[in-house]
Design a protein around this ligand. Structure first.
Ligand SMILES: Nc1ncnc2c1ncn2[C@@H]1O[C@H](COP(=O)(O)OP(=O)(O)OP(=O)(O)O)[C@@H](O)[C@H]1O
Length: 262
């Protein structure tokens, strides 16, 4: 369970990123966060794993406060939280396998990970993770030789190898074309349902949000303005969340099937 109690975040320049957020996210939920640019979606995700320190309130992961945690306790809480970024955040000049093994660094000494000495069980775990996202045959390819969609699947495999209980995905498909977007979202959904990993995704496209979420949270100016099931997230409610009607570029539309060229 993830709990946010009266969470506010004011940046050092005085900008209020989050304002009095109260949320409880249960184990296994697939939550999509929507809102216009600048609404606070990234700030919210980055606050949950403490990439950003909040200025007020408390965030609890399971029974522990990540806000108050220090040292080894903070590292242990973070080990349970996997992060997926728009830009994939892979080490491009190294192999896919090594990138996935990076998910294991939280379990070993710094020296061991610098030397790249991972136990056999970690390597098995990495291969299982790659298999789950259907790119096991790319294990020994260099990360920068993969397509964007494949690179994002490597990032998902890294989170799986980490054995994360929570996945935070910040605009994971913003750099991808519609067909690849669907594959990556399907992978996230599959992991959520098969492994019960709590998943929170920031998305720009509202039709994707409705397609994949079990719960949608709408942010505006750092505040929660909508929190409910997909069935309640109608175009009219989105217009309220956004403070204006939905625009065409906020809809992904149907992914176009690939037509074989003869
Ligand atoms: N490092 C920072 N310093 C100062 N202000 C920031 C910083 N990062 C974000 N902000 C501000 O905080 C508010 C929330 O930004 P945030 O990036 O969380 O929004 P977002 O909903 O994720 O937007 P986008 O979709 O454009 O990424 C915005 O007003 C933004 O300008």
């Amino acid at each position: 369970m993830i709990e946010l109690h009266n969470v506010s975040k004011t940046y050092s320049n005085g900008t209020k990123g989050l304002n009095g957020i109260n949320l409880t996210i249960a184990h296994g939920e697939f939550v999509v966060i929507v809102g216009l640019s600048g609404a606070g979606k990234s700030t919210l995700l980055r606050s949950i794993n403490r990439l950003h320190d909040i200025t007020e309130g408390d965030i609890r992961i399971g029974s522990q406060s990540i806000t108050k945690a220090k040292g080894s306790q903070l590292r242990r809480i973070r080990r349970d939280i996997g992060m997926i970024f728009q830009s994939f955040n892979l080490v491009k000049r190294t192999t896919v396998l090594r990138n996935v093994l990076a998910g294991r660094v939280g379990y070993h000494s710094t020296l061991r990970t610098i030397l790249g000495r991972f136990p056999k069980s970690d390597i098995e775990l990495a291969f299982q993770a790659l298999d789950r996202v259907n790119i096991v045959e790319k294990a020994y390819s260099r990360a920068d030789q993969l397509s964007g969609g494949q690179q994002q699947r490597v990032a998902i495999a890294r989170v799986l190898a980490q054995e994360a209980r929570v996945i935070l995905a910040d605009e994971p498909v913003a750099s991808l074309d519609p067909l690849t977007t669907k594959q990556v979202m399907d992978d996230l959904k599959k992991i959520n349902t098969e492994l019960g990993i709590t998943t929170i995704v920031n998305l720009h496209f509202i039709d994707l949000a409705r397609q994949y979420a079990t719960r949608i949270i709408g942010l505006r100016a750092g505040e929660v303005v909508f929190d409910g099931p997909v069935s309640e997230a109608t175009d009219e409610r989105f217009a309220e969340i956004y403070g204006r009607p939905i625009q065409k570029d906020e809809l992904l539309g149907e992914p176009v099937a690939e037509v074989p060229v003869s």
